[in-house]
Design a binder for this molecule. Structure first.
Ligand code: GLN
Length: 552
């Protein structure tokens, strides 16, 4: 087993997760079995209780673990299946240490950061490698070198390399090389200092990945090589991507990152054939068509809050030879100014997941606008609940219909609390989480798009469609096209008479990959493209066109 640890220097938000994931892609293309994991130094047990404003999206795994969004990158860039073991936080480490202390497991010793906390961290690496089959494990350490919170993790890794042998371990330091405009120069000093911090701890990086806005010239690489004590070839650049993050593996390959790593670790592999990956990037970068899709949410100013959704739209766009221009719209603005102002020129409307009542009425107005104007609508989790509320109110005439999440006294609770949630008071990891099966109704749009009778999708919710309203709504033109295998929970709804009106109680965005776009996202983008062409602009003889509801 070989171990790669990816640390960050100087500042956060450098794209360390992306670099780790892209390295995973390259090693997989060399025929290696790669596993990725993330260590997060914060004290939350998982990011599930953090606001998207604090932390961006919460990425949900098959087993229901609520994890850091970097795990989304890992799954999109590699084939490795991740589990709750692949995201370790300080909160989990301390929770476990304290539980053991209370159980008397430490046999009277004073419980300390070294060795108890560091043992716990090392134990997790061993546990992952024992339970999951891999040749290489890439571990990204959250935060920046020098952070107080990160110290126990780095100390644990210092010990770890001694225990498993330095030849089996490679530290990759992703760091900022800033450009000083007045001097017109790239500066290496911050990187020298962050590497010095690592070496103080007893960690010597084998590769330095310089995040920079400009080409890192040879003399700078030489300088870093000298000050940081590593060969010049092992100082590589990682510039901003020109078009898409999926270029990252190709850019890092140009700098020989995979070869350097394999040499450091004594790994003999075949040469990677990146043709398919390159073709996929080409499809993203050079599309023929273009559509505009509105994402109507409440965290729209934050690039990371709906990360997987934006990525899934990109994947589906490439599959339809089409660029998806996402217009992020604050639902509160729709509530105050009306839907027409923001939605009259979009080709599709997507309502993402969310919690709490802020901005809800704006989302209901957006769903109504989509339904009445035959604009393709795709609702995810909360987006399905919104579609239900809208249909109940404006088609079935159920005045003040609502979810009890937003109005406990609604006369028509069309969205109600899941039975299993009624006695839950804890907030952490207490929702209906992870992969659950859904059966699809033959002849429905969902069935057609998936091309399957049953699917497994990831969930994260507390509320559900209230079956008491099923008959009334179905007789008015609403179709429940997916349910839990026992038929009790509604998983997918659609309006068959509309060109594309489909919403799901789960999060399909978590399973979309650039190499395997999600069928529902593909269907939504295809329908939006048809709408665009029918609206007359950007007409293309080769693009699909139909007034019929969209299916596969
Ligand atoms: N707030 C809703 C629920 O708990 C929707 C959740 C979501 O969109 N992830 O059911």
């Amino acid at each position: 087993m070989k171990y790669i640890f990816v640390t960050g220097g100087v500042v956060s938000s450098l794209g360390k997760g992306l670099a780790a994931a892209a390295l995973g892609t390259l090693l997989e293309h060399r025929g290696l079995k790669v596993l990725l994991q993330k260590f997060d130094p914060y004290l939350n047990v998982d990011p599930g209780t953090m606001s998207p404003f604090q932390h961006g999206e919460v990425y949900v795994l098959d087993d229901g673990a609520e994890t850091d969004l970097d795990l989304g990158h890992y799954e999109r860039f590699t084939n490795g299946k991740l589990s709750k073991l692949n995201n370790l936080t300080s909160g989990q480490v301390y929770e476990s240490v304290i539980r053991k202390e209370r159980a008397g497991d430490y046999l009277g010793s004073t419980v300390q950061v070294i060795p108890h906390v560091t043992d716990e961290i090392k134990g997790r690496i061993h546990e992952v490698t024992e339970k999951m089959d891999a040749d290489v494990i890439i571990t990204e350490i959250g935060g920046t070198t020098g952070d107080i919170e990160g110290l126990p993790f780095l100390e644990a890794l210092r010990q770890f390399q001694d225990e498993v042998g330095h030849k089996n371990v490679a530290f990759v330091h992703v760091t900022l090389v800033p450009f000083i405009k007045a001097a017109e120069e790239l500066k290496t000093k911050p990187t020298q200092q962050s590497v010095a911090k690592l070496r103080e701890i007893g960690i010597a990086p084998k590769v330095i990945v310089c995040r920079s806005e400009y080409h890192v010239e040879d003399d700078l690489r030489r300088k870093l090589s000298m000050f940081c004590n590593l060969p010049k070839e092992n100082v590589i650049q990682f510039l901003d991507m020109e078009h898409t993050i999926y270029e990252a593996p190709l850019k890092l390959q140009e700098e020989n990152l995979d070869e350097i790593i394999c040499n450091c670790l004594g790994l003999e592999t075949k040469e990677p054939d990146m043709t398919n990956w390159r073709n996929m990037v080409d499809r993203i970068v050079n599309p023929t068509h273009k559509i505009k899709v509105a994402v109507v949410g409440k965290y729209i100013e934050l690039q990371d809050a709906y990360k997987s959704i934006y990525e899934a739209l990109t994947h589906a766009g490439a599959a339809n030879d089409c660029e998806v221009d996402v217009e992020r719209i604050d639902s509160e603005k729709i509530d105050s100014d009306g839907a027409e102002k923001y939605l009259s020129d979009v080709d599709g409307i997507l309502i993402p997941g969310g919690f709490g009542d802020r901005g809800i009425e704006g989302k209901v107005a957006a769903a109504k606008y989509a339904r009445e104007n035959s604009i393709p609508y795709f609702g995810l989790c909360l987006g399905m609940q919104i579609a239900t509320i809208e249909f109940a109110r404006h088609v079935c005439g159920l005045e003040r219909a609502n979810s009890i999440e937003f109005d406990e006294d609604t006369p028509h609770p069309v969205i109600c609390l899941l039975e299993e949630q009624k006695d839950v008071t804890e907030k952490g990891a207490s929702m209906r989480l992870g992969t659950w099966e859904a059966n699809l109704k033959a002849g429905s749009r969902a069935h057609d798009l998936y091309g399957a009778d049953a699917v497994s999708e990831r969930h994260r919710h507390r509320y559900e469609f209230n079956q008491d309203y099923r008959e009334q709504m179905e007789s008015a033109g609403f179709l429940i096209s997916g349910t839990s295998p026992d038929g009790t929970l509604c998983e997918i709804i659609e309006i068959p008479a509309h060109p594309f009106y489909l919403a799901v109680q789960f999060h399909p965005e978590f399973q979309s990959k650039p190499t395997a776009p999600h069928p529902l996202f593909k269907g939504f983008v295809k329908a939006s493209l048809i709408r665009r062409n029918e609206a007359g602009s950007k007409k293309s003889a080769t693009s699909p066109s139909s007034a019929e509801p969209v299916t596969a």
